[in-house]
Design a protein around this ligand. Sequence first.
Ligand SMILES: [Zn+2]
Length: 299
Amino acid sequence: MGSKRRTIGVDLGGTGISFIDMFSPDEVNVRYRIDTPKTRDEIVAALIGTLRGLMEKRDLPKPAGIGVAVAGQVGEKSIVFSPNLPFKTEYPLGEELERALDLPVTIENDANSAAIGERIFGAAQGMDDFIVLTLGTGIGSGIFANGKLLRGHTGAGGEAGHIPLLPGGPLCGCGQKGCLEALASGTAIANAYREKTGKIATAKEVCGLAAQGDAAAQEVLRTAGEWLGAGLVALINLFNPQAVFFTGSLSKAPDIYFEPALKKARESSFGTSGKDVVIEVSKLADAIGVIGAASLPLL
Ligand SMILES: [Zn+2]
């Protein structure tokens, strides 16, 4: 597949907003990042200002469209709710941007957007059944089944991070206990390390400590990896994917996190579905946020 049409991607995150203006991941016109302003109106103004600047400066064909990836629930051309952004009630961001910029705008959940990016520009090209798991502070997922992005009845489908794995387990950000996210995410790793050692460390620091031989850090990562494996088994049994791709900051975690996950996925999945499924870190992992967003106008 691939494409040579110019598109603009915006990854709207709680701490930063990333922009990309590109023809493909190998042919990028410009990448740009700003800190996320505090209020909704400031965010909208910053988006319009930055996007206008991107479009005016370039002696390039008119973009096919703008894609915006948002952590949270989205509607058609709107953000319905985002826990980490000042969008607590539905806001028609897509319509606002279209009015201001005279280009088609697509709004998509960030995990779904990553899956779309993987299918248009990454290793999932030509695949009809695959899953992108975003392993970071939380765990998100984008699921393609039978060639279609799984959205569910109200658009909230494919929330693999909230598969309940351990009744009575650690409290999850969603309010339930024992979700995959509460057991295997970066937040889960930092919490488990603090409980085990009394020391405060980020997931990234725990990964560094494990690589240096810290036994407690290694055990925390191994246990989190086993839970990730249980989550993979659930997904493989339900969707029989051809591949699972990891993105997000934890996709850089040491092998001690991934080895038990892969072992569990290979050995415990139903029938033969775990044997030949490709499970690997996405080659686009570092930029899938903006690349996924930039792929949205091409879907
Ligand atoms: Zn949850």
